[in-house]
Ligand binder design. Sequence first.
Ligand code: SAJ
Length: 438
Amino acid sequence: MDTKNQLIEKLENKTAKVAVLGLGYVGLPFATVFAEAGFNVIGIDPDERKIEALKKGESYIQDVPTELVAQLVEAGRLEATTDFAALAEADAVSICVPTPLRKTGDPDLSFILSVTTELAKYMHPGMVVVLESTTYPGTTREILLPQLGDDTDLVVGEDFFLAFSPERVDPGREDWTTINTPKVIGGITDACSEVSATWYRGALETVVSVTSSEVAEMAKLLENTFRMINIGLVNEMAVMCDRLGIDVWEVIDAAATKPFGFMKFTPGPGLGGHCIPIDPLYLSWKLRSLNYTARFIELASEINLGMPRYVARKVQDALNDQSKSLKGSNILVLGVAYKPDIDDLRESPALDVIGLLEQSGAVVSFHDPYIPFIKEEEFELQSVPDLMSAVKAADCVVIITNHSDYVYAEILETAKCIVDTRNALGSAQRDNPKVFRL
Ligand code: SAJ
């Protein structure tokens, strides 16, 4: 039996040893799902704290229950190590490392490059490798293949199999999970697509095979660019409606009554998170290298990046209404996580709003039930311990993230004035003189 069919047999009977490189919000759910499905999984991550926690049977990811980790570790289904040498025994490897942006706005592939260099040391015939990290089209073929194939004399599609499958993890979501969210996967060759899809079908409910790794890479970028551009559109609608004296929230609700051909997005203080503000810039960066300007992405990014400043101006208008200046005023920011009811601060526009207000001399504090403190280069702040006394003391309260924990009626009653960037107070406050809305 040839290498491909031997590997397929091990994947189908789940005797294949699975390795997951990177145990963050994508890697740990992936590792537990494949372990639950019956594979023996070893998680590899350079962060000792993560490995120690997992060895003790503890989860550090909101969506992965500690009881599940404990049970899988106890059963010997899930192991964890910082040592990449564990890859020597692996048959199926999933790469789930971060793909952030550099300060320059260019893609930072350093995490992919470092784990690929390690993986190349342990490559052997009969391995399948799948990259999950969001990246520009061509990364799997141009970056991983040379290191995993050419440098090891292994022939892709015969000795080893290489594919891309975009992660679709939405932190905090309970309806769509790693197991039931349809998973797109595409290989360097047809045999790579076949082997990798066989592996994934051993644990995931719906696996959608596409003809190449580039199609899979681009599908993910379309998904998230679609969101980023539509959020940019409604943010610009908010600015235009403000100029026109029209309630943008009522406009959007009215448009959303259309049962077809429309998808509701809402304006906000900017674009946060680990995906939406970042992934599209991987695409525009790649196209620039091909002398093409991805105008929609660049325009939407410009609009979204301008929203924190737009909000800071709203705060200035609200204070001006009380004949107060920004300088010296006490501003309370409510909600700093990048979206409601989660504890993730990555790329949160709240950080930009706070920075801008502080630059104008305002005295800024924040409250967030999920985030106890903020440690940025420009400032460090603790979440205020007593919410309502802080609301009462503030010259202006700014709702940046509309966590469902807040009792907005009480905040409305107590605050001197409120800038509501999420329509958290509802359109009934449209004519309330102390409420300023996007
Ligand atoms: N946002 C708006 N207006 C909107 C929607 C979002 O301002 O109408 C803002 C949010 O406040 C946040 C940012 O955009 O700051 C991103 O929001 P998001 O809802 O897209 O949340 P994410 O970043 O967690 O997106 C994830 C994505 N999942 C993956 O990339 C695997 C995205 O593809 C999902 O569609 C999204 O969750 C989801 O549907 O919740």
